[in-house]
Unconditional design. Structure first.
Length: 182
């Protein structure tokens, strides 16, 4: 006999911002989802083992850890889990990697519950997305390059700094800043 909770789609939220998790969890529960949340990768994996989520919303930067690691592990556990990566630190490199690791979409913060649900359920790309008429700014190009090198070094800041001929602390300072819009 199915209970009401059994018929609800399961959704996992992993974000180190506890207030954001609570607000999003309440909004998605109100929309008919069984929601579990965690604030670190370990907790996210524990919740995923318990819940076997159909959907997951994962922050790109969870404390000092990368949400891409969690996305990869969730995809390995169940390749049918539909994941959206949320970030305030968007870059082309992390967007591409998120999709390669099994995410169905990549959204920049702030994103509300309706935007997140639309992304989770979007099955096709949109060829009508307007193209920018302006090239990226030098600061944005620098940010993208730093993200690319960091990804090539598997997130190892010291290795990326050496590759960039830059002091590690300088790289950390540049990475801690939010990227410029364009």
């Amino acid at each position: 006999m199915n209970t009401e909770a059994d018929s609800k789609p399961s959704l996992l939220i992993v974000d180190d911002d506890e207030i954001f998790c609570e607000v999003l969890s309440d909004a998605l529960t109100d929309r008919g989802y069984e929601v579990a949340s965690a604030h670190d990768i370990k907790g996210g994996l524990e919740q995923a083992a318990r819940l076997s989520p159909e959907y997951a919303v994962i922050d790109l930067r969870i404390g000092q850890e990368s949400g891409l690691t969690l996305a990869q592990q969730l995809h390995a556990q169940d390749e049918n889990t539909r994941m959206v990566i949320l970030t305030g630190y968007a870059s082309i490199t992390t967007a591409v990697e998120a999709i390669k690791l099994g995410a169905v979409h990549y959204l920049t913060k702030p994103a509300d519950a309706d935007e997140i649900l639309a992304a989770l359920h979007k099955d096709e790309g949109d060829a009508s997305v307007p193209l920018s008429g302006n090239p990226l700014s030098v600061k944005r190009l620098e940010w993208e390059h730093l993200q690319k090198v960091l990804a090539e070094c598997n997130g190892n800041i010291s290795a990326a700094a050496r590759k960039l001929c830059m002091h590690r602390r300088t790289l950390q300072r540049k990475l801690a800043k939010r990227p410029v819009k364009s």
